[in-house]
Design a protein around this ligand. Structure first.
Ligand code: MRU
Length: 357
């Protein structure tokens, strides 16, 4: 039975042509409100990435790409030319690329657009440059849709019978397509497989309950939300056929940074003999890093823990440890599903074989 057409709004859309603007679905308002936020300057894009209005590794890469188009518009409207214009665009590129440190897709996308700038020479026509940048940003956006589809196809054949446990949000909201881990789930469902998805709530910002459950409800795929600390207990029941998660950065040996709580989930899955899959496009791999110990881990504001959703939950005076990501060692990962194929039992050799690194 085909999945009904979804009413999930686009997480990212470029409106108009070279002089147009970016609109981002404000994910901090979900699931209560669907509202797009207009970004007409780079500062607004950087703010949206930092505040997780747009989030998920592939999505922040796409937004960063469009951000560079806006940087070229800014240089034009400020009357900058030659080296001054290029310096402005490069400086904005650096602000975009460093808005969040863990997901490598952001730096990857910004670097890809910066290469267009290098190719444009020392004194480019700025609106012409903006038009090349827009074409490249659109290309990254479009490609991501294809990558998600390919990941979905590879992964749907791999996942075993049984219910599925996932963490954070890896769907349409986090990518340019149907998603990575969630894309696998959606593809398997559309192919006729039947299961229930268990979505970890994903503290402290609740991407699992606010976003993943919202996407699955709209797709009419059965979903159950659980608090993160119930996951090990659920795995012990034996009803979970596999865990599947996304990634923010994967190193050359297969170590995987993903939303905080992923590592604990992988440990619990291993303890109960449940396969643990990671789904990610090649743009999430950072083959310049040998192991996960080199991945920068973002630490976020104490207020996210002290007052989640604005409700006081801990006394003033308590210190907070709030890493946004953790690293799952490769040996806990059954396979990594990429658009280029499946990396079984990730090691430097198996990663290089599939990614050609
Ligand atoms: O802090 P977030 O919400 O950006 O974290 C997102 C995740 O950890 C996702 O699992 C990851 O980026 C993959 S999204 C396809």
């Amino acid at each position: 039975m085909p999945t009904p057409a979804t009413s999930i709004p686009a997480a990212i859309r470029w409106c108009g042509d070279t002089s147009g603007h970016l609109e981002l679905l404000d994910q901090t308002l979900l699931p209560g409100h669907t509202e797009h936020r207009k970004c007409s300057d780079v500062a607004a894009v950087v703010e949206a990435i930092k505040m997780l209005r747009v989030r998920g590794a592939p999505a922040i890469g796409i937004a960063g790409g469009y951000g560079l188009v806006i940087a070229a518009q800014e240089a034009h409207s400020q009357g900058l030319t030659g080296a001054d214009a290029l310096a402005h665009i490069r400086a904005r590129g650096s602000e975009l690329a460093t808005a969040r440190p863990t997901a490598v897709n952001l730096q990857w996308a910004v670097d890809r657009l910066l290469r267009q700038i290098e190719a444009a020479g020392a004194a480019p026509d700025l609106m012409n440059l903006a038009s090349h940048l827009l074409a490249e940003a659109r290309q990254i956006h479009e490609e991501d849709k294809e990558l998600c589809a390919a990941i979905g196809r590879h992964g749907a054949d791999l996942i075993p019978e049984g219910d599925i446990l996932t963490h954070c949000n890896t769907g349409s909201l986090a990518t340019g397509g149907d998603g990575t881990a969630l894309g696998v789930i959606v593809t398997a469902w559309e192919a006729g497989r039947r299961f229930r998805v268990f979505a970890d709530e994903t503290r402290p910002l609740l991407q699992g309950s606010r976003l993943t459950a919202w996407e699955l409800v709209q797709r009419q795929i059965p979903v159950t939300v659980l608090v993160d600390s119930a996951a090990a207990h659920l795995l012990k029941t034996g009803r979970i056929g596999c865990c599947i998660v996304g990634a923010d950065r994967i190193t050359a040996n297969g170590d995987t940074a993903n939303k905080i709580g992923t590592y604990g989930l992988a440990v619990a899955a291993k303890a109960h003999g449940v396969p643990f899959f990671v789904a990610a496009p090649s743009s999430t791999f950072d083959l310049s890093l040998a192991t996960g110990t080199e991945i920068p881990i973002e630490e976020r504001a104490a207020s996210e823990v002290l007052a989640p959703l604005g409700v006081k939950a801990a006394p003033a005076g308590a210190e907070v440890f709030n890493p946004a990501f953790d690293v799952t060692p490769a040996e806990l990962i059954t396979a990594i599903i990429t658009e280029r194929g499946i990396i079984q039992k990730p090691t430097p050799a198996t990663v290089a074989t599939v990614l050609g690194g």
